[in-house]
Design a protein around this ligand. Sequence first.
Ligand code: ADE
Ligand code: ZN
Length: 334
Amino acid sequence: MTTLPTAELHLHLEGTLEPETILRLAERNAVPLPYHDVDDLAARYDFADLQSFLDLYYANMATLRTAQDFADMTDAYLSRAAAAGVVHAEVFLDPQAHTAHGVPIEEVLDGVCAALGTAPARHGISTGLIVTMLRDHSAADAMRTLTDVLRTGAPIIGIGLDSAEVGNPPSKFVEVFARARAEGLHAVAHAGEEGPPSYVWEALDLLGVERIDHGVRSMEDERLVARLTEDQVPLTVCPLSNLRLKVVPDLASHPLPEMLRRGLMVTVNSDDPAYFGGYLDANLAAVASLHGVDGDGMRRLARNSINASFLDDVRKRELLARIDAAVAATNASA
Ligand code: ADE
Ligand code: ZN
């Protein structure tokens, strides 16, 4: 399957660290890890739920120490993303996870931003950086982190909210998001992945987010589905992540076809591709195989990804035209 030009809007840079890279970084930075080799590490990628994934994810991140490490990770993702059909990427980064290990925030942001800066020339991808706050840390820690990030002057486009969802509702971060929005940042939040539909309502009404990351549990609340449909709030859905974290029991049970049918503004993304069995192309191939998703559905998903991005109208029009041209070329050769 060739994928249509697509914007990736839900991608954690740290979730692109492949097992081989983790072991190489551990050696380069003399960070001890409890795994013998790649096979030993890869054997631990069998997750019971979000928390069991997060435990491994944060442990592996401790191997990132220098700006060069962060630049290498980012460039490797962009290279793989270009091959997957990504033409624009708005990527997440968890600064708190690194500063907690004693890595200066400037080191983290310098490395990531250096690689993002070369993305158009090296990979043909436009990019934006969204700093995500860890919701299982305190609101005060998130506020401090936002202050530190802003002080660096790094060209971030938005703020997000991620990590262990249940028990950490969006309402905990009202002041942090109000401040970020007052600074002119875009706002997004993970909600309705493992957490209830009420967390999606809170993210919309208390945090003022423009997109919901995941949001699949919104389907349990008819009033919420009506709100999301009416306002065309983008949902950045990640099918292989939902499968691997047991948000859905199997791919055939995934609500994405129903979400499309109901007129929700859904997009497809890869979340933590090194952990969940594939990059954007693999996620789109999984979606294309679902009952109820046809060529028109795939075209809608690609167009939604552009329209849901934080790009300006000129670049949006350019990318939408590329999608239409790719669809026309496919139809002509069929
Ligand atoms: N951090 C990285 N991946 C995540 C996910 N799927 N949910 C919440 N936090 C995350
Ligand atoms: Zn995520």
